[in-house]
Write a protein that binds this ligand. Structure first.
Ligand code: ARG
Length: 460
């Protein structure tokens, strides 16, 4: 068995069970690129500070380049007995270049190294998620542009409420995920500080330059406090919180499309390319991708809860428990990216069933609130208007008709304030034209929203 890099004081090796239980390389090898990038910055700083020679620096950097190539071509031998990504790379570097590799860990600990790698990794992950959010926004906007003028029932309590333009609803999703993007951008800015050089927890007596490594790695500045630097995982908590909120948004959208694809609603037909079948029921065509968007949001929420629970009892500075921070983060990112991608594809592959939707519109008195607004315009106090419109609806339910089917006499028998211009307010097509408030579903307001997003997302 190979001696451990930390093995100086040990007389016995660890048992196989302990080795299996404590290794993290099986998953933290994903950090290799960022680990190597961090080591190159660190070696360059050590040389500039005279802590290693320029020729040692050069052979370290060259060796790390070679290792990166081997990792990427699949030739690299990841060894569980070398514990984690950091020691795998350092030991492989020693195998490759000998003595100079032994100087790389000068004034560095795995405690600051791992959290530097993670911050770099998360920064890249956030950039990927931001690009995917934008992609979904573009797909939703295109879907809106392809469905000009389509009115759908708007729901509250999942009961028919008021008519809305489909475009208005689609843009609601776009707004929602714009805030998700905003949270990630804020989180990225807050996480972009460099822990490297904090060493185990206390810093070092060697003359390092933390500002140099921070700059080289694209951080805003080195973290001010070395204990905080190795201790803190709130950047992950914030990141996973942002992901969890995004996942909840995506899940709600997925749920809406599952409902809309049902026979009962029948508002959308997903194409075959985004549907799956049943192994027993030959007629089935299921919106599984959307169900899984809903389902996978659970993992993203779970990742956050895992991390919160992991951190809550830890004394300050590094504890080995923190090794458990990575899998939830990797999983959260992989899952969110998958959800965003499949939602975007789904959006590009659904058809709105105009006829079916149109047929569904008359039911549910979607124009009842517009009728109340009409009465307000006639000078009736809103509470009274609400009551009159309610009585009009009641009269319809007993006659089994719509509001616009009531004759003027029938309406006047409810209240004499009704005039024949009331028919300009009834029926969903009329009703939708009456919305004029900022941000409302009126055609002009929705056109403004579309304009805004087309410019922002650079769509012509
Ligand atoms: N694999 C460890 C982790 O992920 C690296 C840091 C280990 N540090 C230590 N002192 N054992 O947290």
């Amino acid at each position: 068995k190979e001696a451990k890099l930390w093995g100086g004081r040990f007389e016995e090796g660890v048992t196989d069970a302990v080795e299996r239980f404590t290794e993290s390389v099986s998953y933290d090898k994903q950090l290799y690129k960022h680990d190597i990038r961090g080591s190159i910055a660190h070696a360059s700083m050590l040389a500039k500070q005279g802590l290693i020679s320029v020729s040692d620096r050069d052979s370290i950097i060259e060796g790390l380049g070679e290792i990166e190539k081997r990792i990427e071509s699949g030739e690299f031998n990841w060894r569980a007995d070398r514990e984690d990504v950091h020691m795998n790379i350092e030991a492989a570097l020693t195998d490759l270049i000998g003595e100079p590799a032994k100087k790389l860990h000068t004034s560095r600990s795995r405690n600051d190294q791992v959290v530097t790698d993670l911050r770099l990794w998360c920064r890249d992950a956030i950039d990927k998620i931001l690009a995917s959010i934008k992609q979904l926004q573009v797909s939703l906007l295109k879907l809106a542009l392809n469905n000009q003028g389509l009115i759908v029932p708007g729901y509250t309590h999942l009961q028919r409420a008021q008519p809305v333009l489909l475009q208005h609803l689609l843009l609601a999703y776009v707004e929602e995920i714009e805030r998700d993007a905003g949270r990630l951008i804020d989180c990225r800015a807050r996480m972009n500080f460099c822990p490297l050089g904090a060493c185990a927890l206390a810093g070092t007596g060697l003359p390092i330059d933390r500002f140099m490594t921070s700059d080289a790695l694209g951080f805003t500045a080195p973290m001010r406090n070395s204990i905080d630097a190795v201790s803190d995982r709130d950047f992950l908590l914030e990141f996973l919180s942002a992901n969890a909120i995004t996942a909840v948004h995506l899940s709600r959208l997925g749920e809406e499309w599952v409902l809309w694809a049902s026979e009962e609603f029948g508002f959308i037909t997903p194409s075959d390319s985004v549907s799956t079948g049943s192994s027993i029921m030959p007629r089935k065509k299921n919106p599984d991708p959307m169900e899984l968007v809903r389902g996978k949001s659970a993992r993203v929420i779970g990742g956050l809860v895992t991390l919160l629970t992991l951190c809550k009892g830890l004394p300050h500075a590094y504890n080995r428990d923190l090794q458990e921070d990575k899998e939830p983060v990797f999983d959260s990112v992989r899952t969110i990216l998958g959800m965003l991608e499949v939602l975007s594809e789904f959006a590009m592959n659904i058809t709105f069933n105009r006829e079916r939707i149109q047929k569904a519109l008359p039911a549910g008195y979607l124009d009842a609130t517009t009728l109340a607004d009409y009465l307000v315009k006639k000078g009736v106090p809103f509470r009274t208007s609400h009551d009159i419109a309610g009585k009009s609806v009641a009269s319809c339910t007993s006659k089994n008709c719509q509001l616009l089917d009531l004759s003027l006499d029938e309406l006047r028998s409810i209240n004499p304030v009704f005039d024949k211009d009331v028919y300009e307010f009834l029926g969903v097509e009329n009703a939708i034209q009456k919305f004029i408030s900022y941000g409302s579903t009126g055609s002009a307001c929705v056109a403004d929203q579309l304009d805004y997003w087309m410019k922002k997302l650079e769509i012509k």
